[in-house]
Design a binder for this molecule. Structure first.
Ligand code: THU
Length: 138
């Protein structure tokens, strides 16, 4: 699966977006380390805070199918600007794959590539709350 193929899957997924409130349709394609691809779109609700982003839709689909390791994510939004994942999505993707490559695309399929470290520097991750950390204050 090359970058252009992954970006094009994300672009196609924009057609599935349910975004009657923002009118901003987003599609995502998440490439697992084993080569499988999970897709997602944004889904909004009349109670606006219900919205879930395309990236997290793809991620929770993948995790609920037993996947825990991801290589690359493509995300595509409306317009000419490159669509970057929101802060919540960055944090949730970091949980599983701190080395993730993120392809931020526009509706035409042009994209720029970023590392997770670029998008979420000094991240707070699972290593901070496991191991020696027992959940008590000494
Ligand atoms: N959205 C995404 O799905 N992914 C992003 O990376 C940015 C924002 C969605 C959330 C909401 O449905 C709409 O775009 C406008 O914010």
């Amino acid at each position: 699966m090359n970058n252009i193929e992954l970006v094009n899957i994300a672009r196609e997924m924009r057609e599935r977006a349910y975004a009657p409130y923002s009118h901003f349709a987003v599609g995502a394609a998440l490439l697992c380390s084993d080569g499988e691809v999970f897709t997602g779109c944004n889904v909004e609700g009349a109670s606006y805070s219900n919205a879930i982003c395309a990236e997290r839709t793809a991620l929770v689909k993948a995790v609920s199918c037993g996947k825990r390791s991801f290589a690359k994510l493509a995300v595509s939004g409306n317009g000419k600007k490159f669509c970057t994942p929101c802060g919540i999505c960055r944090q949730m993707l970091y949980e599983f794959s701190p080395e993730l490559i993120i392809l931020c695309a526009n509706e035409d399929g042009e994209y720029e590539e970023h590392s997770m470290k670029e998008l979420l520097p000094y991240a707070f991750g699972p290593e901070m709350v496991t191991g020696e950390n027992t959940g008590t204050v000494d």
